[in-house]
Design a protein around this ligand. Structure first.
Ligand SMILES: O=C(O)c1ccccc1NCC(=O)[C@H](O)[C@H](O)COP(=O)(O)O
Length: 217
């Protein structure tokens, strides 16, 4: 009999060596670095390079972008050392196809903002071009498209046939992650605000508590 895949986690919006080290020490599968100047978690390519260098090979290095210019993605990969592109803007499937062609060997993830059941339909459009769909809470107009600590109604995923590999994010923390994974069946959980003491300030103790909880799932 095959063992059930355990739950893994991506800690997003890392910007300091001590919080990167905490994520690794406590078993994160992925580390996320935000390349979006409006975000309090924004890092430069050089900062990202210094942080990704600390990661062991088995930890994914995810660059988070919002409708990025080509050069931004190029430099995040070449200088920053990211191996996965996570897109949070209005990028159409054609943009993902172009990024795949330009960056062979780099995974491409698409965030799908969710408020209603109909929002889930967008996932199917990305099936041929995305390695993973990240269901995230839809945020209010004029605010950041992610990292807002908002959650959507997980019941929307009940009975939904996922077109491809997927992950769950939005308003998750150490207290609700068991419910989030149990209710939805998610095997990869993405978190940002839930392991912070203030927007953009990751907290080592919260990262530890969250990942210790994930390890029990
Ligand atoms: O985190 C940001 O500042 C951010 C800015 C712009 C686009 C995306 C961003 N974050 C994406 C993430 O992967 C977050 O982890 C995800 O939205 C969940 O955030 P949270 O609800 O705060 O856990």
């Amino acid at each position: 009999m095959r063992a059930m895949q355990r739950v893994t986690a991506k800690i997003c919006g890392l910007s300091t060596p001590d919080t990167v080290d905490a994520a690794v020490r406590h078993g994160a599968s992925h580390a996320g670095f935000v390349f979006f100047p409006k975000s309090p978690r924004h890092v430069s390519f050089e900062q990202a390079a210094a942080l990704t260098m600390r990661l062991p090979r088995h930890v994914g290095r995810v660059g988070v972008f919002v409708d990025p210019e080509e050069a931004v993605v190029d430099q995040a990969i070449r200088i920053g050392g990211v191996d996965t592109i996570q897109l949070h803007g209005k990028e159409p499937p054609e943009r993902l196809a172009a990024l795949r062609a330009r960056h062979p060997g780099i995974a491409v993830w698409k965030a799908v903002p969710v408020r209603t059941r109909a929002d889930l339909d967008a996932a199917a459009r990305y099936r041929p071009v995305a390695d993973l769909i990240l269901y995230d809470a839809k945020t209010p107009e004029g605010t950041l498209p992610g990292g807002m600590g908002l959650r959507f109604d997980w019941a929307l995923l009940d009975g939904f046939r996922h077109p491809q590999r997927w992950a769950l994010s939005g308003g998750i923390d150490a207290d609700n992650v068991a419910d989030a994974a149990g209710r939805t069946g998610a095997r990869l959980i993405d978190i940002s605000s839930g392991v912070e003491s203030a927007p953009g300030i990751k907290a080592v103790d919260k990262i530890a508590a969250f990942l210790q909880r994930v390890a029990t799932l």
